[in-house]
Ligand binder design. Structure first.
Ligand SMILES: O=C(O)CCC(=O)C(=O)O
Ligand SMILES: [Fe+2]
Length: 410
């Protein structure tokens, strides 16, 4: 695997790809151009366009999260079809008064970060998501909290000082999110106020900070604003896999029929019978679990996981179809990270994308599969696809690969 994205972020990408560090760590990124992958002018563009809020935009003001209708257009202008769009003028006012602005699921709306995270996901075999946090000078952003994913904070402009404390609950699960300092018990609140942090660090543009899942963190912007991108590295645990496997026990298969039987009425009045029923259910589940085909379960898992990956960038949906922009000799490159996996069926190859599948036949398919397995960025052209295809069909295929976001013209 070539660490084209990860090596921009850290010096030892291979080591990180094998297992994330167990302790918080901070470093300077080797490729400082990463600071422009998402910066203040990116935010200007996104907010200036008045994007739909869609649960993506969070505004934190005076220790609380503002309801979306406080900073969206509502019915003020343009009628209700723009009601959920962010009002840029309101965002300016709130920022001016000290609010923190957070954007989630950023790879879907900011192409340079989308490209970076798609590639990171490919290199790590893990769907990496990203958010941004903007805090005005001298202010706290979020309350102390922990995240349920390990994160890398990449400071892209300004600076923020972080205090990081060890977890109380090690390896928190999805449903064990932290609701901020007020949701913590007295012991943890006191600890965070009084104990020396494990790490205190001021991040400036080009600095990165790794925070393992479960570790408490809180940050205050220094004497200028602070903007950072948080890269989320999800965790898959035996618990989350078990959930998925148990969900799969609803298949219409006789082997699983026992689990569908009613366990009986009147249990609310009969604790002893309730106990017996629970015991029998445990025995039944264990027995049925024994019949689960691990290959099928692994396929379900991969399918579910791949659905969470960032879809290929479809940058030419119009011209790839309507304009003859590709001829037989136009230099093209594959975008390996647009493809999550491949499977073969006779002379067909199925390319699995995050959101769809593409089937290609014959020697053109073999040619593409080889490029993918070599993680190749070498240029080629439609002529290379014209092995058992005529030239016109090879060009059509190339155009389809471009519109599907697997290939780009150089
Ligand atoms: O910037 C902040 O205040 C919060 C950011 C944060 O918690 C994170 O990036 O995980
Ligand atoms: Fe966080």
């Amino acid at each position: 695997m070539l660490f084209r994205a990860l090596a921009r972020l850290m010096d030892e990408p291979e080591k990180f790809s094998q297992s994330a560090p167990e302790l918080p760590a901070t470093w300077r990124v080797p490729d400082l151009s990463l600071t422009s992958v998402f910066n203040l002018s990116s935010l200007d563009q996104i907010i200036g366009q008045g994007i739909p809020e869609e649960g993506r935009v969070r505004v934190l003001y005076k220790n609380g999260r503002l309801a979306a209708d406080r900073f969206t257009l509502g019915n003020q202008r343009g009628g209700s079809c723009f009601a959920n769009h962010v009002n840029p003028a309101t965002i300016s006012k709130i920022l001016d008064q000290g609010g923190t602005l957070t954007l989630d699921r950023l790879p879907q709306i900011w192409a340079p970060l989308g490209d970076f995270c798609r590639r990171l996901s490919f290199e790590l075999g893990l769907n990496v998501d990203a958010s941004s946090f903007l805090t005005p000078a001298g202010l706290w952003g979020l309350d102390y909290h922990y995240d349920i994913a390990s994160v890398i904070l990449l400071q892209t402009s300004g600076s923020k000082t972080w205090r990081i404390h060890p977890p109380t609950l090690v390896d928190p699960l999805e449903q064990q999110k932290c609701g901020g300092i007020k949701s913590l018990d007295d012991f943890d609140q006191k600890r965070l106020r009084e104990e020396e942090p494990f790490l205190q660090v001021t991040l400036r543009a080009g600095d990165a900070l790794f925070i393992p899942r479960g570790w408490y963190h809180g940050g205050v912007a220094e004497d200028e604003h602070s903007l950072h991108v948080t890269l989320w590295f999800p965790h898959y645990t035996a618990y989350s896999l078990a959930n998925m496997i148990v969900r799969g026990l609803d298949k219409r298969d006789d082997k699983f029929a026992i689990l569908r039987k009613d366990v009986g009425w009147g249990l609310a009045h009969d604790p002893q019978r309730a106990k017996e029923v629970v015991l029998k259910s445990i025995i039944d589940v264990v027995e049925v679990l024994d019949c689960v085909d691990p290959n099928e379960a692994a396929e379900d898992f991969l399918r579910e996981m791949r659905n969470g990956f960032i879809a290929p960038a479809r940058t030419h949906p119009i011209t790839s179809v309507l304009v003859a922009s590709v001829d037989i000799d136009t230099p093209l490159v594959l975008i390996p990270e647009a493809i999550q996996g491949i499977s073969r069926n006779k002379s067909e190859i199925q390319f699995d994308l995050a959101d769809s599948k593409l089937t290609v036949e014959g020697r053109a398919a073999e040619f593409l599969a080889t490029l993918w397995s070599e993680d190749s960025q070498n240029p080629w052209c439609a002529r290379d696809l014209a092995l058992d295809l005529d030239g016109a069909s090879a060009i059509l295929l190339a155009r389809r690969l471009i519109s599907d976001g697997l290939v780009k013209a150089m």
